[in-house]
Design a protein around this ligand. Structure first.
Ligand code: ACO
Length: 448
């Protein structure tokens, strides 16, 4: 198959959110810590009615329906998630309910898990399948679904929740430049979930930031080396129209992009002008360890990067700022933001994505965009996703109600024998929701 890539995209996020400004006041932290310090506006979360299964049921049924894809035409379905609701049964098997109805049970693939990276693993698998001799001519479907929740404390405002579905096949408007790719995988304890009785991770926040930036540097290095070998010329930020980052919170995205410019400066990229060189010269002799700790370097490189950030990154930040970290869905929600904001200008453009999962696994890869043909066109993807409509119809919760919901979910995690609320008024018509977990821990869902 040729020009394999993403044919169609859809996104679902819960209709319930809390404002970061309100959360700052409620948590008693200094004003601006979450909104400016982390760069976040709102945090979306699941109430007791929603979970990673219901969100993925929503996004998959919506994608199939809106792009008029026959469920029999799906030959591979892979889910990326780090939200554990069962230690054995995959989320993919819940989604099979959609396909069984149409007599299609001949669908390969299961779940992939490593923190926020599982979706990228699933995506690589599906693309490889379509490109392989095992391909049977049908579509691949990738689902990223997560509910990111943290214990009370500094990490809590970096939660979020969403599900994204990506349809994979040949002749796509969004194709992979498979040779331009770099990975970095290593052992780290920056963020992990060793306590199987709790949904919350153990997180070393500072270490996770450094691990993320180190992984970014190394992926960029590996990707650049491959590009240079292939094309016989230097690679830099100027070869790329847009950069999309895994987005735990916007401040880290700003720092990450600045870090790429600092890398370009160290490698003498031609677009770095004299003024920028002057600002960064003082940092050229730092060891790499020192460079991750230097506040002055962070400031100087963010200053130099600002105009490039506004052009190449800012259009990707909409959904992550308004919904929060969506773990596996976060990178693809950032990419969806770009499709939403710029769909009419993206034909012929190169977009680089950086995927990071704590623990740690990371890959940077390159996409080429083309308008494509209806229904698999960039403009139709933007229409179907209806990002503005979905954002507008959300309901704001006060922080007290958010905290109350988190408490209830703590009790419900791993529990059995309960019914959820009968009040589904905040859900849009057609939304799947959790109704019951029975005495055998079996989960039941209904559609509003
Ligand atoms: N006005 C403006 N800025 C402020 C204010 C204020 N009133 N108060 C603090 N800030 C700034 C700080 O200077 C800091 O900015 P900087 O990073 O540029 O220095 C920022 O706000 C955050 O403040 P910190 O004191 O560093 O925050 P804290 O340590 O309490 O928590 C953290 C932040 C570590 C990110 C925490 O939220 C966390 O652990 N999150 C989860 C881990 C995570 O997301 N890691 C990212 C990669 S791994 C993954 O995706 C899960």
């Amino acid at each position: 198959a040729k020009n394999v890539g993403i044919l169609a995209v859809d996104i679902y996020f819960p209709p319930t959110f809390v404002k970061q400004e309100a959360l700052e006041a409620h948590d008693g932290v200094s004003k601006g810590k979450y909104t400016i310090g982390l760069g976040q506006d709102c945090l979306g979360f699941c109430t007791e009615l929603e979970d990673v299964v219901s969100m993925s049921l929503n996004v998959v049924t919506s994608l199939l329906d809106k792009y008029k894809v026959d469920p029999k035409q799906i030959g591979r379905l892979e889910v990326g998630s780090e939200t554990v609701i069962d230690k054995s049964k995959s989320i993919k098997t819940f989604l099979m309910q959609i396909f069984e109805k149409y007599g299609n049970t001949d669908i390969e693939g299961v779940d992939s898990t490593n923190a926020c990276y599982g979706g990228t693993a699933a995506l690589c698998n599906c693309v490889n399948w379509v490109e392989s001799s095992s391909w049977d001519g049908r579509y691949g479907l990738v689902v990223c679904t997560d509910s990111a929740v943290y214990a009370e404390g500094p990490a809590r405002p970096t939660g979020g929740a969403a599900a994204i579905a990506l349809l994979i096949g040949p002749d796509a408007p969004i194709t992979f430049e498979s040779k331009i790719r770099g990975s970095h995988m290593a052992h780290a304890y920056d963020f992990y979930k060793p306590n199987l009785a709790s949904e919350y991770p153990v997180v070393d926040g500072k270490l996770s930031q450094t691990c993320y930036l180190m992984a970014l540097d190394l992926c960029y290095k590996h990707l650049s080396e491959k590009y240079e070998k292939l094309e016989g010329k230097k690679f830099s930020v100027s070869d790329v129209d847009y950069f999309v980052f895994h987005s735990p919170y916007n401040k880290l995205v700003q720092k990450s992009f600045a870090r790429l410019l600092f890398n370009d400066f160290l490698r003498n990229a031609s677009y770095i002008d004299e003024a920028a060189k002057e600002k960064l010269a003082a940092f050229s002799n730092l060891t790499s360890d020192e460079s991750y700790q230097s506040r002055d370097l962070e400031k100087a490189s963010q200053q130099v990067a600002k105009p490039f950030y506004d052009a190449k990154v800012q259009p990707t930040t909409l959904i992550p700022k308004l919904v929060g970290n969506m773990y596996t869905a976060s990178l693809y929600a950032a990419f969806a933001s770009l499709l939403h904001n710029k769909h009419s200008e993206l034909s012929g453009k190169r977009v680089i994505l950086f995927s990071y999962g704590s623990g740690l696994t990371s890959t940077m890869f390159s996409l080429q965009l083309h308008e494509g043909q209806h229904p698999f066109s960039l403009s139709n993807i933007a229409t179907v996703m209806n990002v503005s409509g979905k954002l507008k119809s959300r309901h704001e919760f006060p922080p007290e109600k958010f905290v109350e919901t988190m408490k209830l979910m703590e009790h419900r995690y791993g529990a059995k024998d309960f019914l959820t609320s009968k009040d589904t008024s905040l859900l849009a018509p057609g939304t799947h929701f959790l109704t019951e977990v029975d005495s055998m821990y079996r989960r039941f869902y209904a559609k509003k």
